[in-house]
Design a protein around this ligand. Structure first.
Ligand SMILES: Cc1cc2nc3c(=O)[nH]c(=O)nc-3n(C[C@H](O)[C@H](O)[C@H](O)COP(=O)(O)OP(=O)(O)OC[C@H]3O[C@@H](n4cnc5c(N)ncnc54)[C@H](O)[C@@H]3O)c2cc1C
Ligand code: SF4
Length: 510
């Protein structure tokens, strides 16, 4: 008898064409899939995220078995489960007399290191479920003074031919972001992402998650996420038909009690491997070609995927395992309790964190300009911010989360991703949302206990990091505005910010 090889399929590798599966032999090899406590517990994941991954894994394993594969599947509460991926591979190696393992490169340095240390012969294949290979990204990055996403994105447009006409960008511009900054109005008729009723497999997982992770931050039920490729394709179809049209216009808008607006909620399915980035973009491009979506919506959407998503992955692997520990601004404040559901008087923070708790979801501008902005202005340790984002979002995997948090949001990488920090006062939030209308703080005020904390912390941040940022040509104007303010007024603004931070650090509701 030929010795079987083990084919590892990780929880975010649920794609039929996965390299490790494509190069395996159905008649000979054993697919290893494992639910393990190391993965469910290395950060306190949102219960919806754990349920999504476990249910999608179980459905995927059932599909492989239907397709004739032998799957050695370890359930989280199964007898003999060692609790780690390497442990399960060793257990299966012994069980099947195997010594060779085929894997697709994991999306996290932590797991790459763990597989490297296995006392088995491990063949790791490149993950080809992306538009750019890591080598292509490095070739693009090599020798550049700055790694700006916009230029990488143009390369990806040329490579894929997506929205290109005769070698030039469709419509004559690469980027239509200028049109994508409209505030949104409440609209009862606005479509929401498609919802799915849990089947028996999902129900079983929900009961398990309830039992094992009931104390984690986040609401488990109702659970309506897609857990199979078929469902994810229906969610894509629904988005393209009913939501894409307004995606561009309202991309940056925020509305109380409307967690999704025109956002697609497809990132969890893309990141699990249930959908491929190219097929999603092709659907969007086709809708634009057919006249069902305006150019700013289609271009804006495609840019997020072939641009930002690919770029984030390239940066994560190029920068190396220490990326998540970077802290160039030396921020060291503890993450305040409000991030884990504690009370806050800031309406914008309460709404964003509330929907994060309920849905495991917040859209990009909420992540960047509300919770991220606040953490950066308040000087919270980036490692704590990173752990929070990695825990609470159903789409959070380190390869995509860390560049967004450490780089884009917290500027902890010293500007590799963002040429200047994404900070704003309450003004921006007031322009792009309806939050301030219902807030205990006044967005018009910059001093006094009732003033918007984003206003005072904004100047506090700039003042304490002046030496680093005043030479930045995109920030000179801001410092000139600060300098024009009366000295007493500036002192009062800083004192108000200090008093706010002191109250927050003392555990008071702020
Ligand atoms: C602080 C912070 C943390 C983030 N953490 C994550 C994360 O853990 N996982 C994650 O997938 N995205 C993350 N993002 C990016 C973005 O917020 C989410 O991809 C998006 O909100 C997912 O919701 P959606 O599918 O409705 O997106 P849509 O607004 O509908 O966008 C379409 C798709 O574009 C992709 N995309 C959009 N923006 C980005 C981006 N900046 N980086 C990578 N892909 C992008 C996603 O795949 C998304 O599904 C983060 C952004 C910030 C600012
Ligand atoms: S006033 Fe300030 S704290 Fe309140 S919602 Fe507006 S931006 Fe947020």
């Amino acid at each position: 008898m030929v010795t079987p090889r083990l084919v590892l399929v990780l929880g975010d590798q649920l794609s039929a064409g996965l390299p490790a599966l494509a190069s395996a032999d159905k008649a000979r090899d054993i697919v290893v899939m494992a639910e393990v406590t190391d993965e469910t517990g290395y950060v306190p994941h949102h219960p919806k995220k754990i349920a999504l991954v476990l249910s999608a894994m179980r459905h995927f394993a059932a599909g492989l078995e239907n397709d004739g594969w032998t799957v050695a599947y370890s359930r989280l509460d199964g007898d003999g489960n060692s609790g780690s991926i390497p442990g399960e591979l060793l257990r299966r190696a012994e069980e099947y007399g195997a010594s060779d393992v085929m894997t697709t490169r994991p999306g996290e340095w932590r797991l790459i290191a763990a597989l490297d240390e296995l006392p088995l012969t491990v063949t790791t294949l490149a993950d080809d479920r992306f538009i750019a290979s890591l080598q292509e990204f490095d070739d693009w990055a090599e020798g550049r003074r700055e790694l700006r996403m916009e230029y990488f994105y143009r390369e990806m447009r040329r490579k894929t031919g997506m929205m290109m006409e005769d070698g030039a960008p469709a419509g004559g511009k690469w980027n239509y972001d200028h049109d994508n900054r409209k505030p949104a109005q409440p609209d009862m008729l606005r479509s929401a992402p498609m919802q799915f009723t849990p089947d028996a497999i999902t129900e079983e997982v929900l009961t398990l998650v309830e039992r094992c992770f009931g104390n984690n931050f986040g609401t488990l039920r109702p659970f309506h996420l897609a857990v199979t490729r078929g469902q994810a394709l229906r969610a894509l179809d629904h988005f393209v038909k009913h939501m894409l049209e307004g995606f561009g216009d309202y991309q940056d808008a925020m509305l109380t009690g409307d967690p999704f607006l025109n956002h697609s909620l497809l990132s969890p399915y893309l990141n699990l491997g249930l959908l491929g980035p190219l097929e999603v973009c092709q659907r969007v491009e086709q809708a634009w070609k057919d006249g069902h979506a305006p150019i700013n919506a289609a271009e804006g959407y495609i840019r997020q995927i072939i641009g930002w998503r690919e770029y984030a992955r390239g940066i994560y692997f190029r920068e190396g395992p220490d990326y998540t520990a970077r802290n160039i601004l030396r921020h060291d404040r503890k993450l305040p309790w409000m991030y884990w559901g504690g009370e806050t008087k800031m309406a914008c923070m309460a709404d964003t964190i509330g929907q994060t708790r309920d849905e495991g979801y917040a859209h990009h501008i909420q992540r960047l300009m509300i919770t991220g902005n606040f953490a950066l202005l308040a000087g919270i340790a980036p490692a704590e911010v990173h752990e929070w984002y990695l825990s609470v979002y159903v789409d959070a995997y380190e390869w995509v989360e860390a560049p967004n948090v450490i780089g884009m949001s917290q500027w902890a990488d010293g500007g590799i991703i963002a040429s200047k920090p994404y900070v704003s006062s309450g003004n921006y939030i007031n322009k792009m949302s309806d939050y301030c209308k219902g807030c205990a703080y006044s967005v018009k005020d910059k001093t006094g206990d009732g003033s918007c904390p984003f206003n005072t912390l904004y100047w506090h941040f700039l003042d304490r990091h002046r030496a680093r940022f005043e030479g930045n040509h995109r920030m000179g104007m801001i410092f000139r505005t600060w300098d024009k303010m009366d000295a007493d007024r500036r002192a009062e603004v800083l004192e108000t910010a200090d008093a706010f931070l002191a109250r927050m650090d003392a555990g008071q509701v702020v």
